[in-house]
Design a binder for this molecule. Structure first.
Ligand SMILES: [Zn+2]
Length: 273
């Protein structure tokens, strides 16, 4: 059973989704984070609600899993828009012509790790399995964004690129944004090389996101993303950190470190309604 102070947990006994309580207060937002159960994928590491379009799963399994997830969480599968995630720092402004791309239609773009839109009923999908899913919601309802921040996207400040795009394209103010930091790998599960640790220290300074315990090096990617958001002008009280570790909870979430490279993927979805 999932215990969380930031999520409402909804389940029909098969599919379980998590909804940020803070976003449930906004009547113009629908959002959900998927979990592992209730799907049709049966290969080890993919069982069972694998929503990864770039995994070793059968394509029809992934589509059926999306159908189940969308039915339960009230998204229109025909309108889902996915990124084409390659650990880039690129943001795509999603337009009407992108509707359905990723699951029911082929994507005609690549290197897209964040999505923004101001179009209603356009669910933006980011998928992860340890990386940090960061959501962006303008409290005035002008636009939303969704970003996949692994270590590369975090180091390259994809979250900042997303805020800047929303400001430029939709006239959103960073101070009006609510940002969500979804389930991702925690600091104690995310041991890294000394080289990567040094790169992060040189760029972001020696804060509590970095930990050296005398022998091993660790990074808190969620915390670095929060620092980036604060620097962009997002208010501290408007940043919601799920504090749920994917690697510590492999019964609930897919995790690259926890399950190995043949793992499935879970999705974080946001739409304006
Ligand atoms: Zn952990």
């Amino acid at each position: 059973m999932i215990q969380s102070r930031v999520f409402n947990v909804l389940s029909d006994g098969y599919i379980t989704v998590l909804r940020f309580k803070e976003l449930e207060k906004l009547d113009f937002i629908n959002q959900a984070v998927s979990t592992r159960g209730g799907g049709v994928s049966s290969k080890k590491g993919l069982e069972s609600l694998n929503l990864g379009t770039q995994t070793a799963d059968e394509w029809e399994n992934v589509v059926e899993n999306y159908r189940r997830f969308c039915n339960f969480a009230n998204f229109d599968i025909k309108r889902l828009v996915l990124g084409k995630q390659t650990h880039s720092t690129n943001v795509r402004k999603v337009s009407e012509k992108d509707l359905g791309k990723g699951v029911l239609r082929e994507r005609d773009y690549t290197d897209v790790d964040a999505l923004v839109t101001n179009i209603k009923c356009t669910p933006l999908v980011i998928h992860t399995a340890d990386c940090v899913p960061v959501g962006f919601i303008d409290q005035k309802g002008r636009a939303i964004g969704n970003a996949h921040c692994g270590w590369r996207g975090t180091f390259g400040e994809l979250a900042k690129n997303t805020v800047l795009m929303m400001e430029r394209e939709y006239g959103v103010k960073a101070s009006d944004l609510i940002c969500t930091v979804g389930p991702c790998i925690c600091q104690k599960c995310y041991e890294v090389s000394k080289e990567l640790y040094d790169d992060f220290e040189n760029k972001f300074g020696k804060g509590r996101a970095l930990l050296f315990d005398g022998s091993n090096y660790y990074i808190d990617l969620a915390e670095i993303n929060i620092q980036i958001l604060l620097q962009c002008g997002v208010k501290k009280e408007n940043i919601i950190n799920s504090d749920l570790c994917t690697c510590c909870n492999t019964d609930i979430f897919f995790s690259h470190r926890g399950l190995g490279p043949d793992r499935g993927i879970f999705s974080s979805v946001i739409e304006l309604v």
